[in-house]
Structures are given as C-alpha cells and as structure tokens.
Write a protein that binds this ligand. Structure first.
Ligand code: NAD
Length: 500
C-alpha cells in the first residue's frame, strides 16, 4: 500500500488546520517528480477567517510592549539557526536549489529576523523641543493593522521572512500567502514562529493562487500588501490593492546587466559572472542575465563559455551540484522554448544547455548553463525575463554605450560593474538608472541594515522591503504637538490659530 500524501495546513488563529476545500495542488520535487505533499486552495470562508483572526489579534498585539515583541524575534532567530539543516532539506526537496543555496536562502531571511529583534530603536519617533514657546512636537510610528504578504517560489524562506517579522515587530498582525509551488518550508518557518512566542492570530497563513491574492487585495480589513513576484502579477496586485485604498509595495521581475571593463580582474570577474548567471539555476530576481563586455573584454568570451561548461548539473541534494533543476515542467518548457526562440531570432548559441543528461535523475527539470552571444535589444531573449540558467552576452565599445543599453531597459532591479578603476566605477554608479548597484559584486542584495531598492519597472510603490524603509511602510506616522500649561496660565483663553 502506498504512503498517504501529506497535506499542507492553513494557519488560522494559532491553529494549523486542514482545509475543507475540494481544490488541491501537488507539490512536486523538481529533481525527481515525486509528489511531496498537497497544498489546498483555501475556501473564501477560511481566508476570511484568517483575516478576522488577524483583526481581532491586532487589538492586543498593537499594545504589546516593544521589548516583548523584540524578545520573540530573539528567540525566533535562535530557533531558525537550530533548525537550519532541517529547513534547508525541506527547501531543497520542494524548490530544487542546492543545499548550500537553500541555507543561503534561509540565512538571508534570518538576517531580517535578527534586525526585527532590534525594533526598539528602529521604530522610535522624533522629537523637536520648543517648536514654539512651551510647545514640543513629536512623532509616533504606530502599526497599521492587518497586513498581508504574497510571495514567489524562488526564495520560499527569505522572502516570507522579509515580510512578516518586520510587520509583526512593528505591532501589526499578518496574513501570509506563500507560493503554491513550494509552501512547505514557509509553513515550517511559521511553526517555529509560533514556538518562538508569536501569539494566536498575529501570524496567519492561507494557501491558494489568484483567488487568494485577489481576496487579500480587496479585503477591507487589510491595510497594506507586500508582494514579491513577476511583473505581470505585481502590476495587477498594485493596481487592485491601491484601488481598494491600501498601501502596496511590489518587487517584481528583472533583467540584470553586468558590465565588464577590460581592466577588470579577469579570473575573478569570470568566476563571479558564472556564479551569478547560473547559480540557483538562474532563478534569482538578482541573477545576472546579461553580460555587457566592453572593448577588449569581449575576447574573454571563450573562457567564459569554458568555465560555464564545467558547472555540474544535478539534484540539489547531491554534493558538488552547481546547477539544480528548474521549479516545474512548465518552467522547463518555457526556458527551452525561449532558447529555441533565441536561435530563431539570430543570436549565437555558444553553449546549449538543453536536455542535459543527469545520471539518476532522468525526470528532473534540468537545463544546463546556456550562453548566447550577439544578443540585441529587440530579441525576445533580451526582452523577457528568462528565469533560467541562460546568459545573454552583448558587446559595447565604451562604458557609456553599456550604460545607455542598461538605462534603455525597462527593469531596474540590479546591475554590476567589474573594473579596477575607481573613477570608472564612480561614473557608473552616478549615471546608471538601476536601484541596486554592485561594484565588483555581482549580486548586490543589500543586508537588512539597508532596504531592498529595486527601481523603475522592477518595483511599484515607494518603499522597499526590510531595512528602514519597511518600518515606514508598516507604520503610520502620527505627529503630536503638545503644550502643558503652568498653573498660572490655566484659565486663559487662546483664540489664535498659530503657535507663538
Ligand atoms: P508569480 O508572479 O508567478 O507568483 C507570485 C505570487 O503571485 C504567488 O504567490 C502566486 O500564487 C501569485 N499569483 C500567480 N499568478 C497570479 C495571478 N494571475 N493573480 C494573482 N496572483 C497570482 O512569480 P513566481 O514565478 O513565483 O516568482 C518569480 C518571479 O518573481 C520572477 O519574475 C522574479 O524576478 C520575481 N522576483 C522578484 C524579486 C524582487 O525582489 N524584485 C524577488 C524574487 C522574485
């Protein structure tokens, strides 16, 4: 008799509950096609119950002392550390990335949890003494109420941890909707959050697809929505939730260019490019998907191809794997289709990673590193985010020509320059219209002392996730102007409007 397939639970008001829905989806190991579990598409009643629980919990959570809130996140970061290997194993099984990459995914989220533990100073307001005679003005950064988060498949630990710890540390309550493709590690993180002391109703998790997202966008009791995912869905979420009067931040798709100057340190640059283009099978929103080789750096192309060819494609659990499988069969077909399109449209396929042989994993969704040269801006492989291990190479005569190419691209998530010239790097940093810039750093994702600052087509909403900006996003500033009368002044009538 075959083993029953486990089901992913909903988290409503502190309880992990089985959904009553009739609509389920398989969670599939991308290296083997084994069905790991089934995830429900929650019913309307269940989703409304999650929002109602969060609304009720807000009444007390918003008044919980800041030290008590902070201490939960101190415990939470410790629990995540203690469960790192267990979490990484779940993540690799459902998402496909290598075990070291899975630990990296969890670690980058853990850093946000550590930051949330410092909420005491982060949420402090400002005070100006004697703005008029005997009058002080100060600000309170107060929580908004129920906030919601919608996350993508590619970082199922880091991105949920970008969202709920900071929202909750600020005094809000939360409803999370993880990716339906790999929600299992997110649920384990939710269990640990409750173990750390997050009270019933403060964190809730629902599952589903478009219907769940639309319900969150429309629900009158939700005050703010944080979304990370593709540009098409993010634009829809931004418009729908903004129309419903909510605060919204959407971090979306990307096309990240790395500019290689001929004076760059060659081996370091090529190693960095290969890691940033093909690591995590190219399924990173900050992956380098375009290399712009300036002047003589173009001669490095054969060596780049040779380095990429040496990467080991395989299951994420196998030691030594560099490139794991893509998340799904649909993603595999899409990426293979885009590679075919690149060939049709005249790009030079220098390294063809389609249909690699992976011993022991004949059914995995694998694409090996793929490199196109001679890519031009009108080609589909340049215009679309491929989200696979495919690097497009372009040439530029000068750095300014490279900057023009990048600034003409609608996306603004990340970019990098490789050079040994401080002056060149500074010129690039000043002229480039992209929100996150790496100087000899291929994937410049900021640590949580800063915020994630993708720009232009990669982002909607003014404030980014984590860091200082997210405190503003998850709080309402209230400005209080106060005057206290001395006994001698009591009784005097003040009819003037201005403060003197
Ligand atoms: P996705 O847009 O398909 O899914 C994101 C979320 O939206 C999921 O929770 C999904 O259930 C939901 N969703 C899917 N279709 C929907 C619809 N029609 N209506 C409403 N909701 C819907 O994204 P993905 O494929 O899971 O993730 C990859 C994308 O995310 C890439 O474009 C990547 O660049 C982007 N991403 C961006 C960042 C960033 O910080 N800018 C970070 C990670 C990923």
């Amino acid at each position: 008799m075959s083993k029953p397939i486990p089901t992913v639970k909903l988290l409503i008001n502190g309880e992990f509950v089985e959904s009553a829905t009739s609509q389920w989806r398989d969670i599939v190991n991308p290296a083997t096609q084994e069905v790991l579990a089934r995830v429900p598409f929650a019913t309307q009643e269940e989703m409304n119950a999650a929002v109602a629980a969060a609304k009720e919990a807000f009444k007390t959570w918003r008044k919980t002392p800041i030290g008590a809130r902070a201490r939960i996140f101190l415990r939470y970061q410790q629990l995540i550390r203690e469960h790192m290997q267990e979490l990484a194993a779940i993540l690799t099984a459902e998402q496909g990335k290598t075990l070291p990459d899975a630990e990296g995914d969890i670690f980058r989220g853990l850093e946000v949890v550590e930051h949330a533990a410092g909420i005491g100073t982060l949420q402090m307001g400002e005070l100006a003494n004697n703005v008029a005679s005997g009058v002080d003005t100060f600000t309170l950064n107060q929580p908004l109420g129920v906030c919601a988060g919608i996350t993508p498949f590619n970082f199922p630990a880091m991105i949920p941890l970008w969202m709920f710890p900071m929202a909750i540390a600020c005094g809000n309550t939360f409803v999370l909707k993880p990716s339906e493709q790999d929600p299992m590690v997110t649920m384990r993180l939710a269990e640990l959050a409750l173990e750390a002391g997050i009270p019933a109703g403060v964190l809730n998790v629902i599952h589903g697809g478009a219907d769940a997202v639309n319900l969150l966008c429309d629900h009158p009791d939700i005050k703010a929505i944080s979304f990370v995912g593709s540009t098409g869905v993010g634009t829809h979420v931004y418009q729908r939730a903004s129309l419903a009067g909510k605060r919204v931040q959407c971090m979306m798709g990307a096309k990240n260019h790395a500019v290689v100057m001929p004076d760059a340190h060659k081996q370091q640059t090529l190693n960095n490019l290969v890691g940033a283009a093909f690591g995590a099978a190219g399924q990173r929103c900050m992956a380098v998907s375009v290399a712009v080789l300036v002047g003589e750096a173009n001669e490095w192309l054969p060596e780049l191809v040779e380095k990429a060819r040496t990467l080991k494609v395989g299951a994420g659990v196998e030691p030594g794997t560099d490139v794991g499988p893509l998340i799904s069969r649909a993603a595999l077909e899409r990426v293979n289709g885009l590679i075919a399109r690149g060939v049709e449209e005249g790009a030079q396929l220098l390294l063809d990673g389609r249909n690699p042989q992976v011993p022991g994993y004949a059914d995995g969704n694998f694409v090996a590193p793929t490199i196109f040269a001679g890519v031009t801006p009108e080609m589909t492989i340049y215009k679309e985010e491929i989200f696979g291990p495919v690097l497009c190479v372009m040439q530029a005569a000068t750095m300014d020509e490279a900057i023009q190419i990048i600034n003409a691209n609608p996306n603004g998530n990340g970019t990098a320059i490789f050079t040994r010239s401080g002056a060149a790097a500074r010129h690039f940093q000043e002229e480039i219209d992209v929100g996150q810039v790496g100087i000899n750093v291929p994937i410049p994702v900021p640590v949580p002392l800063f915020s994630f600052t993708g720009s232009r087509g990669s982002k909607l909403g003014d404030l980014g996730p984590y860091g200082k900006q997210v405190i503003q996003f998850y709080t309402q500033t209230k400005t209080v102007t106060e005057r206290w009368f001395d006994e001698a002044e009591v009784g005097a009538v003040n009819t003037t409007i201005s403060l003197k």
